[in-house]
Design a protein around this ligand. Structure first.
Ligand code: HSE
Length: 400
């Protein structure tokens, strides 16, 4: 019998308790031992819930109980999660977490402690919800130099953009809907401003390059500026708008970017809709691979956390995570990346062509008083220089 402690009984923590109960028999068989939740740390009480007798309000109860072998962190946020997780690892207890903010900020240090103690710090649920992506990068794809990872890594914004595209819903209404479904972060700003996707691509990039990628250094744009008119233009171009998080390895190093992009139906991520996430990986020997599935929500995320618990039990005296050192990776300036840009502007065709040269015009009959235009291929830096020559840019969306 393995006794575990859950830190947090919110959406994910209660999901883990539910998964352990629903699939008790098969999980026990796969882990080789029964798993018992001994404590649940939460500030709240849950009268009437079967979990109530296990609720504790003080981490010291867990810290002082030598029976606890695994700690499951589902509190979210960096503190006090970091302090509790670090203490657990230093005390020789393996930890699993769904907390991308924690992993992006302190992953290298926590992995080093786990390595040192010959235990495990696992975080499958921190990226892509229920989709296996951390373990594949850490094991199945270790023969490759991963040259590109591009993902729809935030379920909330993908759900919102899908609803805005197919139902014509308004931004605020779809945000409320996503929150009610348990997809969004406690503060949904992290979703809609792209910070959640930014932390996730920082984690994936750190894993493939083996160094620390500071998420603060990834240029990040969210979807708060995307309007119904942008979606009309996207449809006129037979494209969809998706929030992409991308990192690429070039000869000079890695660059990363999070921003809304226009995708054509040929793009592997175009058909990833609703709360689903999709992660496209290109390896130098593998070629292309796609990981697709439930990207957020209680049970999909809890499924990944619970699988980590099983993995921890199966590897009791063996550290299994890849090297991700604290040595910092200096990202290249994303302005060196090149692509096409879609612009809406109040400037004239003469001004546009003087600034950008040859362009393609995009017509949306019901929109007047502005011009929609697709630029040629250029670097971000060139785009910025050209854009300075215009006076009335209403919107810019990159083309994937
Ligand atoms: N708020 C996150 C999302 C939850 O919408 O993707 C899963 O990390």
């Amino acid at each position: 019998m393995i006794k575990i402690a859950l830190l947090g009984y919110g959406t994910i923590g209660s999901g883990v308790a539910e998964v352990l109960e629903t699939n008790r028999e098969s999980i026990t068989k796969r882990a080789g031992e029964e798993i018992e939740i001994k404590y649940v740390l939460d500030l709240r009480d849950f009268p009437g819930d079967a979990i109530q007798p296990k609720i504790v309000h003080d981490y010291e109860v867990i810290a002082e109980d030598p029976e606890i072998q695994v700690v499951v962190e589902a509190m979210g946020g960096v503190e006090p999660a970091y302090t509790f997780v670090k203490r657990a690892l230093l005390a020789g207890r393996s930890v699993t977490t769904s907390n991308k903010a924690l992993v992006a900020k302190h992953g290298a240090e926590l992995l080093a402690i786990a390595r040192e103690k010959n235990i495990n710090f696992l975080f499958e649920a921190s990226v892509g919800g229920g989709i296996p992506i951390i373990r594949p990068l850490n094991s199945s794809l270790t023969a490759d130099e991963v040259e590109e990872i591009t993902g729809i890594l935030n379920g909330t914004t993908n759900y919102m953009l899908t609803k805005m595209t197919f139902d014509g819903s308004e931004f605020q209404d779809v945000l409320k809907d996503a929150q009610a479904r348990g997809y969004a972060e406690a503060d949904p700003t992290a979703d809609i401003e792209g910070q959640d996707a930014c932390r996730k691509i920082a984690i994936l990039t750190s894993l493939v390059c083996g160094q620390q990628v500071d998420f603060e250094e990834i240029h990040t744009e969210g979807i708060t500026g995307i309007t119904a008119v942008d979606i009309k233009y996207a449809k006129a171009m037979n494209r969809g708008i998706k929030l992409l998080a991308t990192s690429r390895k070039t000869e000079g190093g890695y660059y990363a970017l999070v921003a809304p992009f226009l995708l054509s139906p040929e793009h592997p991520l175009y058909h990833v809709n609703d709360v689903f996430n999709g992660i496209f990986v290109h390896g130098n020997v593998l070629g292309d691979a796609m990981f697709y599935g439930s990207g957020a929500g209680k049970l999909p995320t809890a499924s990944a956390v619970t699988a980590d618990i099983v993995e921890i039990i199966k590897n009791k005296d063996r550290n299994i995570m890849a090297a991700w050192s604290s040595g910092k990776l200096q990202l290249l300036d994303y302005r060196q990346a090149s692509g096409r840009f879609f612009l809406r502007t109040g400037d004239s065709r003469e001004q546009i062509e003087a600034a950008f040269g040859d362009v393609e015009y995009v017509e949306v009959p019901e929109v007047s008083g502005e011009i929609g235009v697709l630029t040629r291929q250029m670097t971000e830096a060139e785009y910025e220089e050209s854009a300075k020559k215009l006076n009335q840019i209403i919107q810019m969306v990159r083309v994937a």
